[in-house]
Design a protein. Structure first.
Length: 319
């Protein structure tokens, strides 16, 4: 027991706080769509309705709730330096596992499509084609990485870092994956969340993970239109990967649903000349409620013995 709370109570409260963050964001996005639905016709408006509720209202509420309900149990973050070469190796690793797990997700969605008798569409791909590159870059490649690293690395470490690196990495990865709230991103978001948490725990420097996050999103979102133009499975993978921005790829599960629905009902033509199909949104475990989240958080810890978190940072710190 640390700071008067048992491990179980700490994880439950952390899960509750992150659930409130998601719930408030989605509720405000739905309200915004109802009142200002015309803004969804523009790429900038879509992003604004997606991010403004999150960062202007939901995040402040989340921070206040987190500070009130969860006493700090910070760990002592490492102080290892990450060289340019080391950072590039992490980037290559992240890109590799991201695309690998994304192809696994594509296979799963294809199988689900066969079982249900229709294609399972990824709403992020349709959204990406309806947004300008500048808006995508500013929101998905700059704002989202900075905000997410603060929420899922810094704030989380300050609350549960004292339970050890393994616990922090696994809990952070679970929450980061659930926060993306769609099947297409669930697997690789978990892997990236684990990598980012691991790096932050051993360096104590948020700038390393922010730059990695920015690079991964930029490679995906800026290269995606070119890949889509030339078609093939690589284009689909690029869109899925680049949308680690978010919250549901882009912090807008509700906005995605309406945008994709409008795109399909108007028969809007896609980049390759085909009418955009109707939306097929799949539920995420985050929608199961607070109980589901805190069970996942506690479950992550219970299987933590399967992972050996020793690595180059540990050797550098001499820990």
């Amino acid at each position: 027991m640390q700071n008067g709370l048992s491990f179980k109570n700490t994880m439950s409260r952390v899960g509750l706080c992150y659930f409130v963050l998601m719930l408030v964001t989605q509720a405000l996005q739905l309200a915004g769509m109802t009142l200002l639905g015309s803004l969804l016709e523009t790429g900038w408006g879509l992003w604004a309705l997606s991010y403004a509720p999150l960062y202007c209202i939901a995040v402040p509420v989340f921070i206040l709730l987190l500070q009130k309900l969860v006493p700090g149990t910070p760990g002592t973050a490492g102080s290892a330096a990450l060289t340019a070469g080391g950072w590039l190796r992490w980037l290559v690793l992240c890109l590799g596992v991201t695309y690998l797990f994304n192809f696994v997700s594509l296979g799963i969605t294809a199988l689900l499509g066969m079982l249900k008798g229709g294609a399972v569409q990824n709403p992020l791909a349709l959204m990406q084609m309806n947004s300008s590159l500048l808006a995508t870059f500013l929101f998905a490649c700059v704002l989202a990485p900075v905000g997410e690293e603060f929420l899922f690395r810094k704030l989380l470490y300050d609350k549960i870092g004292g339970y050890g690196v393994r616990t922090y990495v696994l809990v952070g990865a679970f929450l980061f994956a659930l926060f993306h709230a769609n099947l297409s991103q669930l697997l690789y978001a978990f892997v990236l969340g684990a990598v980012f948490c691991y790096i932050y725990a051993h360096t104590g420097k948020l700038r390393y993970t922010i730059l990695l996050h920015v690079a991964i999103n930029t490679i995906g979102t800026m290269a995606a239109p070119l890949f889509i133009q030339y078609g093939g499975i690589w284009g689909t993978a690029a869109v899925d990967t680049g949308a680690c921005e978010h919250c549901g790829g882009r912090r807008d599960r509700g906005a995605q649903a309406l945008a994709v629905s409008r795109c399909s009902t108007r028969g809007r033509q896609g980049r390759r000349g085909s009418a955009a199909p109707g939306p097929q949104l799949w539920p995420c475990a985050a929608h199961a409620g607070h109980a589901g989240i805190h069970r996942s958080v506690r479950g992550a810890y219970s299987c933590g013995h399967l992972f050996d978190m020793s690595g180059p940072f540990r050797a550098k710190n001499g820990k």
